[in-house]
Design a protein around this ligand. Structure first.
Ligand code: SF4
Length: 364
């Protein structure tokens, strides 16, 4: 049950959040996609879309260098619309959740073809822009008072208003409550200020002392900051052991071509197998019956995904010559390996194979 409902303090939103707007004016971080003038429409809405897609599930500090590389290589919606799959995936390599890169390119194609949508509904029709991202773009790029509620914003508002139940269940009420504050303090400023507070003082472990909202924060007054928002039940994580195999022959390596769709679409990968069978069988399986000898193994590592935990054993095998492979695989010369977009796990074996790193035994 919520101690307060948002309706009871509806008229206070702009007053309550005024100190946050003032704090943000002085203390906001300088970020490469952030406009210095928060009272005008953003001069480059494309940069806002790129940053918002990159920031989904990823921290600012990780995104900054990716954003800079991306904008240097693909500075406009048109350049992204016309880029190759390989270039797009290579620029995204290491950022994870690769569907975002594909959505971003599809969105760029729609924008290049039809121009920028005029409202929230039009933005939500772009690939990859759900209600949160569309609202963030509407407010930050176009100064439209559309409240953007992601995990950070829900946490800040739930604590500020002392909502003890799941704040997502009050999303509509929270948006209605927040809208006047966006109009009073500026949509771009207010939206980014809430994001910034959620990423800094009001992160999972709140630092309430220096927080600009500490005087009005209801969960701080009630002494229950650590209990809000209530912990969501954790998704089950499946543990698997896999053998990841680099097979070398005459200076070329056997790799799987990118799948056309699915989570890892656009990414090249090493042959691998889950450990249900013996290692000998693995060798025979990955070499399609051709002889290949194990020449090197490295320390394994644990690769963690949202629903899967892989204990990875990396191996190097040597075949006598590049034997015929099915269509979904290809022999790639060693000097071309680095240019292939790969997921994190496969990048790691590539680094080992190319001798760019020491034996790995750390968790990632
Ligand atoms: S006072 Fe603490 S809990 Fe309240 S909004 Fe600020 S950081 Fe969050």
């Amino acid at each position: 049950m919520a101690r307060e409902n948002t309706g009871s303090i509806r008229i206070e939103a702009s007053l309550l959040l005024a100190p946050l707007a003032a704090w943000f004016e002085v203390h906001r971080r300088v970020l490469p996609w952030r406009d210095s003038d928060l009272d005008r429409q953003h001069p480059d809405p494309y940069a806002v879309v790129v940053s918002e897609l990159m920031l989904q599930q990823t921290q600012v500090v990780t995104v900054v260098p990716y954003f800079q590389r991306w904008m240097a290589a693909l500075p406009t919606a048109r350049s992204l619309a016309e880029a190759s799959d390989q270039q797009v995936h290579k620029l995204w390599e290491g950022l994870g959740y690769y569907r975002r890169a594909r959505f971003l390119q599809a969105a760029a194609r729609a924008i290049h073809q039809n121009g920028w949508p005029a409202d929230l509904e039009g933005l939500m029709a772009l690939p990859g822009l759900g209600p949160y991202t569309a609202a963030a773009v509407a407010s930050i790029a176009f100064q439209q008072p559309e409240p953007a509620l992601d995990g950070n914003a829900f946490r800040v508002l739930a604590r500020l208003l002392c909502i003890e139940s799941d704040p997502k269940h009050q999303a509509t009420e929270l948006r209605d409550w927040l809208r006047p504050a966006l109009m009073a303090h500026g949509p771009s400023r207010m939206t980014q200020a809430i994001m910034e507070l959620g990423a800094t003082y009001c992160s999972r472990r709140a630092q309430c002392g220096p927080c600009p909202l500490s005087r009005s924060c209801r969960s701080l007054a009630a002494g229950i900051v650590d209990l809000i928002p209530a912990a969501a039940p954790r998704a089950k994580v499946r543990s698997v052991e896999i053998t990841l195999t680099a097979i070398q022959a005459n200076g070329a390596y056997l790799v799987n071509r990118p799948a056309p769709n699915g989570l890892l679409a656009g990414l090249w990968s090493w042959p691998f197998r889950e450990e249900a069978q013996s290692r000998d069988l693995n060798v025979a399986e990955t070499t399609q019956g051709y002889q290949a000898v194990e020449t090197r193994s490295w320390k394994g590592w644990t690769q963690i995904y949202s629903h899967r935990r892989e204990q990875v054993t990396p191996l190097l095998l040597e075949a006598e010559y590049p034997f015929p492979v099915p269509e979904h695989q290809q022999w790639v010369p060693a000097h071309e390996l680095q240019a292939l977009p790969m997921g994190k796990r496969d990048q790691r074996l590539r680094e080992l194979v190319l001798g760019n790193t020491q034996d790995a035994a750390i968790e990632s």
